[in-house]
Design a protein around this ligand. Structure first.
Ligand code: ATP
Ligand SMILES: Cc1cn([C@H]2C[C@H](O)[C@@H](COP(=O)(O)O)O2)c(=O)[nH]c1=O
Length: 206
């Protein structure tokens, strides 16, 4: 029986989501709640091995989608489900919304196939809260170009990222009860203020 809370961070590469994970973790821990921070693909030994393959090797789109969900299945079994059952809170840098956005929106995998994978791997679990860090493609690209060597996904073109972003925004409209869209073009301080309000409300409602 689930009793912890599951928070996910989403957005196109370079939107700024990872910048805020430690901050949110500390906010929650300051209230005496134990939090595990994890990520996808990854979060387990096998998941991290799959991550390095997924981020570096070209492969068939369906192989990519199935490996994302294989990593997720292991992550659920080893990390997410036990943590929630023990009443811990969990923050994941990406979860299934990323598969709908990247493999579905970006690469046009059919929604029926993605729904089938989701229904197989986690038919009854959804995040309690999903932060979608939203920025125009040009802002995300400028942030990435300034800071890192690009991986397979980060090297995709503007059309891919526009489609990925639009699918994230479409899902935020479809599931307004769990999504909070964060305007990530603002300063880190302004974003933190908004995150603080949302997280404090979530803690108060528990
Ligand atoms: N609000 C912001 N204003 C200016 N720069 C920012 C802001 N948020 C993040 N950045 C910078 O943008 C870069 C990318 O941020 P970050 O790594 O958090 O993005 P991300 O969305 O997690 O990307 P990825 O999914 O590819 O890891 C970092 O150098 C970070 O310092
Ligand atoms: C979970 C998941 C991730 N991706 C993509 C999105 C990113 O480009 C990378 C992960 O890297 P990050 O910088 O650590 O966020 O993987 C995907 O395409 N599908 C997914 O389900």
């Amino acid at each position: 029986m689930k009793s912890g809370k599951f928070i996910t961070f989403e957005g196109i590469d370079g939107a700024g989501k990872s910048t805020h994970i430690n901050f949110v973790q500390q906010l929650i821990e300051a209230q005496g709640i134990s939090v595990i921070a994890t990520r996808e693909p990854g979060g387990t030994e096998l998941g991290e091995t799959l991550r390095s393959i997924l981020l570096n090797q070209k492969m068939h789109l369906e192989t990519e989608a199935m490996l994302m969900f294989a990593s997720r299945r292991e992550h659920l079994a080893q990390v997410i489900e036990p943590a929630l059952a023990a009443g811990k809170w969990l923050i994941s840098d990406r979860f299934t919304d990323a598969s709908f956005a990247y493999q579905g929106g970006g690469r046009h995998l059919s929604i029926d196939k993605l729904n089938a994978l989701e229904n197989w791997v986690h038919p009854h679990l959804q995040p309690d809260l999903t932060f979608l860090f939203d920025v125009p493609i040009s802002v995300a690209k400028a942030r990435l170009d300034a800071t890192r060597t690009l991986d397979k996904f980060e090297k995709e073109d503007a059309e891919f990222f526009n489609n990925t972003r639009n699918e994230y925004l479409r899902r935020a409209q479809e599931f307004p009860q769990r999504f909070r869209v964060i305007d990530s073009t603002r300063s880190i301080e302004e974003i933190r203020d908004e995150l603080r309000d949302i997280v404090e409300n979530l803690i108060a409602s528990k």
